[in-house]
Every structure is written in C-alpha cells, then in structure tokens.
Design a protein around this ligand. Structure first.
Ligand code: NAG
Ligand code: NAG
Ligand code: NAG
Ligand code: NAG
Ligand code: NAG
Ligand code: NAG
Length: 926
C-alpha cells in the first residue's frame, strides 16, 4: 500500500513537471531541419533555421546515443562571430547548455578549436579531440536582461560549430549565490556516484534537466585514485530531496561507500585554479543497526583546515533516506582536485558519498557601452537589409563588427565608425554626443540630411568625414575648439552660414568646398589674418616639437616594452610546466592507477632491475594480461611531494607521441612514487653505441633513423605540447629502442616542480655532465636550445661512437665538442667517424650530420638550430645515404650539400674561430 501510493505520487509528479517544464524549456537542435518531440524524453526540439541565418547544416556520422538532436550540427565560417539569442526573464536563474558533437573528420582535416561566449563573457574554449564524444558546456546564470546571446567565434583550428543549445529555467532559490551580480557559474563537475550505468541522469529524472554524469565514465583524469574497498550501494526507497538544490531522487538512490574506512577521488577541473562553489550530496541509504554510526571527515590533502567538520549524515539530514547537502560557497581549488572522506575512529561504518557538483565563478564581462550601442543601432536602422548592419549582437565582444573599432577598456567604447558610401539615408543620430571614446567618424558619401549633430563633448575626436552628403544648417562654432580635432571634411553638402574662424587658422585640415551658402567672416582685417597665420605657424611648430618629442618617448617605450616581453617569454619557457595547469594538452589515453600489490606481483617483488633513470632504479615487470612494463621508482619522494607527483602524472599522461615512451600508469602507495612505462625491448641507445658486448648492430642508416625518431620526439615536446616542455636531460641513455628498433625519448617532464621549489640547486640537480648546455650552466636561463645542445652531443656520439666525456679519448680538452669541432673544422670528418662504420657509409651523409651537430653545440643558444631544422638535416642525410635517387639527382644534391656546408661552416667560423685559415672550407674527404 505504502509503496503503491509512493509510486502514484512520483508518477503524478512526473506528469505535472513534464507538462509545465516542457513548455518553459528551450531546446534548439542546431543544424536540425525540423521541429519534433523526442519520444524518449518528451522534450520538444526546435530547429535553429529561423534563429540564425549563417552557417550550414552538416550531417554527423554516428550521432551520440542515436539521438535526433545529434544527427546534424551547424558549421559556421571561420571569420566573424555567430550568435544565438535566447529570451530570458530578467533576474531569473537559468541553466544554459551548449553541446558539441563533431562526428568523423573528413580526410586530412583537423578537429575544431574555438571560443564560446555568453554575452561578452568568455565561457569556454571548445576543443574537440574525439569524434564520438559530446562536449558539454553548462553555465548557470541569473539572467542580466531580457535576453542572452550565446556566441561562437575565434577558431584557431577548423571552424566553429554547435550541436544543441538548451535553456532551462531553475526554481526559486536554487543556485543563488552572494556573487551572482558579478559572476556566472560555469559547471565543472556534476557526478552521480554509484551510478547503475555509464548513462548520465537528466530530464525527466531531473525536472531541471541538469546532467548528472555517471562515475563509471572513463576519461582522462576523471575520478581516478579510487581508494581500495570502495563499494557501490543502491536503494529503491524514496529519498526526501526537498532541501535547496533538489538533486534528482534517482541520483540520491545510489552512492559509493568506503568499506575500508576511506573514499578518495581525484579529477581535473578545466580552467582551474579558480574560485568555486562546491556541493556534496549525501543521503543514508544503508540500513544501520541500533548501535551503528556513520561519521567521517573530509580531507583535502595539503589543506589541513578542511579536515575539521565531522559529517554525520543521519544527524544532519533528519534521519535516513533524506538529503544532506553541505557546501562551500566560495572555495579556491586547483586544476587537480583530490579529496578523501575518512571515517572517524568511533564510527562503525565507512564514509558514503552520493553526488558532487562543482562550479567555477566566472566574472561577468561588461558589454559595449549602452549609449554607444544606441547610436550604432540607429545607423543600422538606416540600412536594415545590408550585411554590415546584421553582424550580430554586441559591436565589440567577442569580436568587433567590421565597420567599428573598439577601445580595449573593461567596458568597450566605440573609437571609430567607418560607414563611407553605404547609402545611409536620414539624420545623423543626436545621441552621437555621448560617444566620448570616438576618435574617427567616417560618414562621407551617403545621403545624410539634417544638421551636423552636437559633438561638443567628443574631446577625443580627431578625424571627421561628413563630405558628399546633404547636410544642412550651419557649421557649429564649437568645432573650432575641439581639442583633438585634426581633420574636418564637410565639402559638397548644403551647409550655410559663417565658418567658425578657428577652423581657418590652419591648425585643422579643413575642407569645405562645394557648400555654396557657406562663407567666411565678413569683416576680417589683414592684421587679424597675419596674426592668425603666425599664431597658426607657431602652434604648428609647437605641435611638431611636442610631436617629435612624443614620438621619441614612444619608440623608447616600445623598445623597452619589447625587451620586457621577450624577457617574459623566456621566463615563461622555463616555468612552462606550472602553467600547464589548466592548459589544454592532448586528452587521450588514460594513465591508470595501479596498486602497489599489483606492481609487486608484476615485477616479482622488483626482482629484475633493468636500468637506472635520472630519478631512480627501473624494474622489469609483466602484467597479468601479458603486457611488459618498466617500473620506475622515484628515488627521493620526500623532495617530490605527493601533490606534485599527482600533478605531473596528470600532465604527463596527456602527452602522446610515437617517439615518446608512453606512461601507462602510476602508483603512489605508502609514500612511494612509482611510474609505469611501456617496456622497451631493445634498451637504450647508449648500450647500442658504447656497449662492446652489444655487437654494434646499429649501422649508419640505423643510427640516422634513431636520430630522426628522437629528434621528432623532442620537437614534439618543444612545439607540439602547449605549453612546451623542455626535456633537460637529453642523452643516449634516455633514448630507448622498442622491439622494432624505433627510438622513443624517455624521462621527459619529470621533477620540474621539485626543482622550482628548490631553485638554489636547480641547475646542478638536472642534466648530465658532457651533455649540459654551457650557456644554461652559466646563466640558468633554460630554453629549448639547451635540449638542442644536448642533442648535438648525441649526434656526435652517433657519428663517432665515442662517449661525450673521456680524458683518455680527448686529452686535455676532455670533451667531445672541442675534439670534434677542431677536426671537422679542418675538414677531417673521416677522423671522427666510428671505425665500425667506416667503409660502409657515404661521407656526404656524415657531413650533413656533422654540420648540424656542430651548429647544435654552438656556444650561444640563439645560434643553434631548432629541432625542426635538425629533423630536416637528418632526413636529408637519410636520403643521401639511401641514394635512391638517380645519379643526376645525387649529383645536384651533393653540390647543394656543399654550398650549404660552406655557408654553415663559414657561419660557424665567423663566430667561433675567426682567424682560422681557408683550409677549413675544404674537407679532406673530397
Ligand atoms: C519550429 O518552431 C519554431 C518556434 O515554435 C517556429 O518558429 C518554426 O517556424 C518551426 N519550424 C519548422 C520547420 O516547423
Ligand atoms: C519550485 O518551488 C516551489 C516552492 O518551493 C515548489 O512548490 C515547487 O514544487 C518547485 N518546483 C519544482 C519543479 O520542484
Ligand atoms: C543495486 O545493488 C544490488 C546489489 O546490492 C545489485 O545487484 C543491483 O544491480 C543494483 N542495482 C542498481 C540499479 O545498481
Ligand atoms: C571568493 O573569495 C575570494 C578570496 O577570499 C575573493 O577574492 C573573491 O572575490 C570571492 N568571490 C568570488 C566569486 O570569487
Ligand atoms: C549496543 O551497545 C550497548 C552498549 O555499548 C550494548 O549493551 C548493546 O547490546 C548493543 N546493542 C546491539 C544491538 O548491538
Ligand atoms: C524530521 O523527521 C520527522 C519524522 O521523521 C518529521 O516529523 C519532521 O518534520 C522532520 N523535520 C524536518 C525539519 O524535516
């Protein structure tokens, strides 16, 4: 009976909410061609064809979940901005949602990356990386006016597109914050724990159609680091959710429980660090015995002040099956959010969690000054049909209209209007007098009538073009006293009356011909004229004087500015890793958490050490599925806090490239930090070059391929990652060879933060003797060019088969650079070639590598080539060595090789040893 009435109530609820909500929801199927009601949800979708006249509808392959609204998307051109306007009730709260599913790429294309704006406020950067995924952007707002604009613009790759746009009114005080006048809330995570499947929960289960994502969804750094003993629980009993945020009952009917006393999770928060609003949702859904309790504390590691409050759900929620929703209205969070709930000592049950919701406060950016917009709208109204008058919503943000210029101020002002020859018909709007930011006004060549409007307040106005119109009335006298006015063009109008004398002094370029009724002051004397002219001349001189002074100052300032900015970029490069928080690196593959016990099993208790990386020993292991792994133990985990470790792993696991050793997992148990990499069967390049037992199986072509692979890996770190990554420890033992003898770079990206924290030891701590860039060593300025230096040493090793540092080999200078440089400079490249290779190589290809290697080890970073150039040189050498081309081509290739060698060698001689003889230029091999 109870159950039945219960069922009836929820059924009725469903009916009524369906009826009243659906009419209020706005669901736009962008790119869709018809209006329809979705039978699965009862939502009414409307096509956007009436709402927007730009872009085209594109069919999407494999629409998400087979939903109708994902069968088409709308693609926009790359230029300009494209806005949808949604009607709102001022000051009412709404959830605004835009979703994006791109579908398959056409061949050779790139996935789009573009900006999404809500009014003038930057909402999100939409970066598509997977064809099948629906990217969801949600903003919770209190409507600032009777409509809002959702705009797409500024594509950096591909072109902007959108799949759906949804507007959902919220009820009463839901999502009210103290900051809503100044901030929108961008939803970063809304997770349903213990979910029955991967499907999200939304309407009609949530009458407000929020999307509650399942905790079963697998994604990069989304809910990882789950504590052992975490179990999923559910109930079919009704939950009382009538508190404040009304999470759906279905969400509250499932939860996770830490049966071993702890629940822990970690996830990335896009665009963080930031201030956030964070809610946790709890309901007791397990039957507790008489003496049983469930009490726990929240722990956010590294923030001890968050560990205090004890959560006792039943006590806080007025019994079981009832909602308790503690929250932080304003809390600062990092890019990586780690949290745990830990049971208190006197509690008999472990912690429980039903759902969380975290939203970022996004400051509302002001739109263009209202007064300015009034004038622009009046001008648009004179030509409603034309394209320029329909460029969409705000004139300045996110991108400005083609015919205006805007000030960069917080509230944008219009600085320039350019509407020459646009067939404008009517009177110039009198509101022009409020456009205080205006510096240039071009309204010439139209059919404007009426008087010249009041512009006496426009003190910034410099250039005014009103010629070739039908303006009537007098020239207002204030025109002569506008402080900034430089040019005034009013010729060929119907103006009349006396010209203000101040305009005739020569201070202002003034053109007034073709106004037959316009005349100069009747009784002017010669004296006045002369006075005027001389005053004018004096003024001109003064202006010139001040002008040149100003110019001088300006160039100075620009110089110092550019210096400063170059300084900034260089410091940026050296701290690039910390900026990576919140940056958009690649988002594919998942480095999963592997427990210590699993690793102990896989490595047979760390039985077989296969090497020693920059940070500690490396062990061989085999996972139960047969996958071979290399487990790296971070030697000094104390100097390398868990937080840093976690952040680094989060970042590292997003870096994927054919020529970088992939990270497949990690473990942070018991103060030990372990990284799990794919096992590389053929060991290090070092072993293949220097280890005499290794039979030197790498011939010259093989070495060139290895060099090419490694160079590509480094090039990717330098230019393919955003922000770029400097390896800092490029050497032959960090270049690994896989089962196919393809090279992959390892040990990149680690310990960046540890070093930043201990700056006083930084340069000493990283890098290997013999490979270390002397410039970096001397002045601690780390750039990509330091890696280039080290890579130059690797190239010299590949040619010579010798170690970088060796007193026996190189005598007093003891390093490979001086030795190789002097021999190469003397044209004696043969003397540096590995004896093992001799007789089996084309000397031309050795030269190509020798040249680039010598450039790589230039004293000054700026003289060294970029990785891209090095790759080209290596590919050149491979071509030469393979000699596939006909004789003729090989011939022309070699002469080209020689000329480029000359320039490169000359270059190097100029810098390094200007007094060496010309003999240098003639290699002995010829
Ligand atoms: C869809 O509905 C909207 C709003 O109700 C209407 O303006 C539009 O004409 C309809 N479009 C079609 C294709 O029926
Ligand atoms: C909206 O709030 C009112 C008042 O609290 C409540 O009676 C009503 O049921 C709410 N609507 C929904 C759909 O929850
Ligand atoms: C609820 O939990 C039981 C086990 O306790 C499980 O068999 C069942 O599949 C769960 N139901 C859902 C919807 O998760
Ligand atoms: C949140 O708190 C910080 C620091 O206490 C404060 O600067 C900020 O204005 C507050 N509000 C928002 C929305 O960030
Ligand atoms: C509850 O605890 C009290 C005292 O700690 C004990 O006497 C009682 O037997 C317990 N009841 C149950 C049901 O475990
Ligand atoms: C707490 O629960 C009792 C019954 O379990 C109910 O009578 C009372 O109204 C509830 N109090 C609140 C504040 O919901």
């Amino acid at each position: 009976m109870g159950l039945f009435s219960h069922f009836l109530v929820s059924f009725l609820c469903l009916i009524t909410t369906t009826l009243c909500q659906v009419t209020e929801f706005i669901s736009i199927d962008c790119g869709g061609t018809s209006n329809y009601t979705d039978s699965r949800t009862g939502l009414q979708w409307i096509s956007d064809t009436g709402a927007i006249s730009y872009g085209k509808s594109v069919q999407v392959e494999n629409p998400y979940g087979g939903w109708l609204q994902y069968q088409q998307r709308r693609d926009f051109p790359t230029e300009s901005k494209y806005c949808y306007t949604l009607k709102t009730e001022e000051r009412r709260r709404y959830l605004v949602r835009a979703t994006f599913q791109y579908g398959s790429l056409e061949s050779e294309g790139t996935y789009p990356k573009f900006q999404l704006y809500l009014d003038a406020t930057k909402w999100a950067t939409v970066t598509v990386l997977e064809s099948a995924r629906v990217y969801v952007k949600e903003m919770i707002i209190r409507a600032p006016s009777s409509s809002i604009d959702v705009c797409l613009c500024c594509a950096t790759t591909g072109s902007p597109f959108i799949s759906t746009l949804e507007l959902r009114p919220l009820n009463l005080s839901m999502y009210a914050t103290d900051f809503e006048d100044g901030f929108f809330l961008k939803v970063s995570a809304r997770v349903n724990f213990g979910a029955p499947s991967e499907d999200p929960i939304r309407y009609p289960d949530d009458p407000y159609d929020r999307i509650w994502e399942s905790d079963l969804v697998k994604r990069q750094n989304y809910l990882v680091g789950v504590a052992p003993g975490t179990e999923r629980v559910n109930t079919s009993k009704q939950i009382d959710v009538r508190t404040r945020e009304y999470p759906p009952v279905k969400v509250m009917q499932t939860a996770v429980v830490g049966t071993r006393g702890r629940l822990s999770y970690r996830l990335n928060l896009e665009d963080f660090p930031a201030n956030a609003r964070a809610y946790a949702f709890f309901a007791e859904i397990e039957e507790l015995g008489v003496n049983e309790t469930r009490k726990f504390r929240m722990e956010r590691p590294y923030l001890p002040d968050y560990s205090n409050a004890v959560v006792n759900i039943a006590e806080n929620a007025n019994g079981s099956y009832s909602l308790y929703e503690p929250s932080y209205m304003n809390v600062t969070m990092d890019f990586v959010l780690s949290f745990s709930f830990v049971k208190t000592r006197d509690s008999t049950r472990g912690p429980l969690l039903s759902a969380i919701e975290i939203s970022k406060y996004v400051q509302i950016a002001p739109k263009t000054d209202k007064g300015d917009v009034t004038v622009l709208n009046a001008l648009c109204a004179m030509s409603t049909e034309s394209a320029w008058s329909n460029e969409g919503r705000d004139p300045c943000v996110p991108a400005h209209w083609s015919w205006v210029a805007c000030s960069p101020t917080t509230t944008p002002r219009i600085t320039k209007i350019t509407l020459s020859g646009k067939n404008l018909n009517g009177v110039i709007p009198s509101e022009l007098k409020n456009m205080e930011g205006l510096t240039e006004l071009w309204l010439d060549g139209n059919y404007l009538t009426g008087p010249i409007p009041d512009m006496s307040n426009l003190i910034s106005l410099k250039i005014v073009h009103l010629e070739n119109n039908r303006l009537t009335g007098p020239l207002p006298s204030y025109l002569g006293s506008l402080p900034s006015l430089q040019e005034l063009h009013v010729q060929n109008n119907l103006l009349s009356g006396e010209i203000p004398p101040a305009l005739l002094t020569g201070k202002v370029i003034f053109n007034y011909e073709g106004n037959s009724k316009l005349h100069k002051e009747a009784h002017k004397t010669h004296f006045k004229l002369i006075l005027g002219a001389s005053v004018g001349l004096l003024a001109l001189l003064l202006v010139l004087c001040i002008g040149s002074l100003f110019l001088l100052c300006n160039t100075r300032r620009k110089e110092s500015q550019s210096k400063r900015s170059s300084l900034r970029t260089s410091t940026k490069a050296s701290t690039s890793y910390s900026i990576a928080r919140g940056g958009n690196l690649m988002d594919e593959g998942v480095a999963c958490y592997i427990s210590l016990s699993d690793l102990e099993e896989a490595t047979k208790n760390f039985a077989k050490q296969i090497g020693r990386g920059s940070f500690g020993p490396v062990y061989y292991g085999k996972m139960p599925d047969g996958k071979e792994i290399a487990v790296k133990i971070m030697a000094d985990s104390s100097s390398h806090g868990t937080q840093q470790f976690v952040t680094e792993v989060a970042l590292l696991s997003r870096i994927h490239h054919r020529n970088l050793v992939p990270l497949i997992g990690y473990c942070e148990d018991e103060h030990q930090h372990l990284l799990v990499y794919e096992y590389m069967h053929n060991g290090t390049l070092r072993n293949h070059i220097h280890d005499s037992t290794n039979q030197k199986c790498l011939d010259w072509l093989g070495r060139l391929y290895v060099a090419e692979d490694a160079a590509k890996g480094l090039e990717y770190l330098h230019t393919g990652c955003n922000p770029s990554i400097i390896h800092r420890d490029v050497k032959t033992s960090n270049i690994l060879l896989d089962i196919n003898m393809r090279a992959k770079v390892s040990d990149f990206g680690l310990s960046r933060q540890a070093e930043e924290d201990l700056t006083h030891v930084s340069s000493v701590a990283r890098g290997t003797v013999g490979y270390l860039d002397p410039e970096y060593y001397a002045n601690q300025q780390l750039t990509e060019k330091s890696d280039v230096y080290s890579f130059g040493i690797v190239l010299l090793e590949l040619i010579s088969g010798r170690k970088p540092v060796s007193p026996e080999d190189y005598g007093a200078e003891w390093n490979i650079v001086h030795w190789a440089r002097s021999l190469i400079c003397n044209g004696d490249v043969i003397s540096i070639v590995d004896p093992f290779l001799l007789g089996n190589v084309k000397i031309e290809s050795i030269w190509r590598i020798a040249e680039i290697a010598i450039l790589c080890v230039e004293q000054h970073g700026t003289s060294r080539p970029k990785m891209q150039e090095i790759i080209l040189a290596i590919q050149d050498a491979i071509k030469i060595e393979r000699g596939n081309e006909g004789d003729h081509k090989a011939c022309s290739g070699s002469s080209k090789g020689q000329s480029s060698r000359k320039t490169l060698l000359t270059n190097f001689l100029d810098i390094e040893s200007p007094d060496l003889s010309n003999d240098c230029l003639v290699p002995s091999a010829r």
